[in-house]
Design a protein around this ligand. Sequence first.
Ligand SMILES: NC(=O)c1ccc[n+]([C@@H]2O[C@H](COP(=O)([O-])OP(=O)(O)OC[C@H]3O[C@@H](n4cnc5c(N)ncnc54)[C@H](O)[C@@H]3O)[C@@H](O)[C@H]2O)c1
Length: 269
Amino acid sequence: MSQILKGKKGIISGALNNMSIAWKVAERAAEEGAEIVLTNAPIAMRMGEINGLAEKINAPIIPADATNEADLENLFDKSVEHFGGKVDFVLHSIGMSPNVRKGKHYTDLNYEWYKQSMDVSAVSLHKMLAMAYKKDALNEWGSVVALSYIAAQRTFPDYSDMADAKALLESIARSFGYHYGAAKKVRINTISQSPTVTTAGSGVKGFDGFISFADEMSPLGNADALACADYCIALFSDLTRMVTMQNLFHDGGFSSTGVTPQVIDRFTK
Ligand SMILES: NC(=O)c1ccc[n+]([C@@H]2O[C@H](COP(=O)([O-])OP(=O)(O)OC[C@H]3O[C@@H](n4cnc5c(N)ncnc54)[C@H](O)[C@@H]3O)[C@@H](O)[C@H]2O)c1
């Protein structure tokens, strides 16, 4: 490996099990020479799989519910203490919708759950950034990446209120990206990832069929979690230091493809 992140220190949220995108990012970042702090919601701690990752990459785990400002304050305080200095990169890899989980149709949402979807999946990015900003916990030219999905731009009906959450997430990355960039040269981007087989991904109705459809609609095929991790590493590195406030499609070309012969063939009598 090139050790492209040698000397960098990063916080990685969202590693639940070895299918999680964040899990692959943590492994790749460690391979590239970064020091890592892992974080996840207390409920993920109870599932316990994150301990194996922590051991493998020699990273402490600092539990934090990303909707809870006191937890986030503790996360940044303890991380800076552990690293003996400020943080260079942060991965926001957090998403959850009670409406999707419980099969609520988009035309009949439970609005308490809707607020939870927004808070967990989008506002948590704002809370993380606001806490880091207040505490001045990120180094200049630091890089924050959050994971999004193309339902923010185009309708995928079964993605339900997660589409609204992703639109908000991408907007927060742009808006905070301006302020953090101007004040501290910190950059903030979202990666809009192909559908990927993970615990969160599989919660979406008809996910198996959909993942095959996306694969056939992408000239390079679907991007998998490892390829997504590689893209995150590139964005954490200094080689992308002038990239900020962007939503970057990482989808094998899906977002620019109108139709493919494979899909047409299915409808040709
Ligand atoms: N899997 C896909 O198809 C796909 C596609 C595009 C984008 N994404 C996004 O990638 C990100 C990671 O998801 P994944 O697919 O790796 O699934 P995952 O289920 O492995 O990860 C989701 C994580 O969110 C964490 N989380 C939930 N509530 C939290 C809270 N209150 N505080 C802190 N953490 C909390 C979970 O514990 C879990 O680790 C999500 O933002 C997801 O929307 C996924």
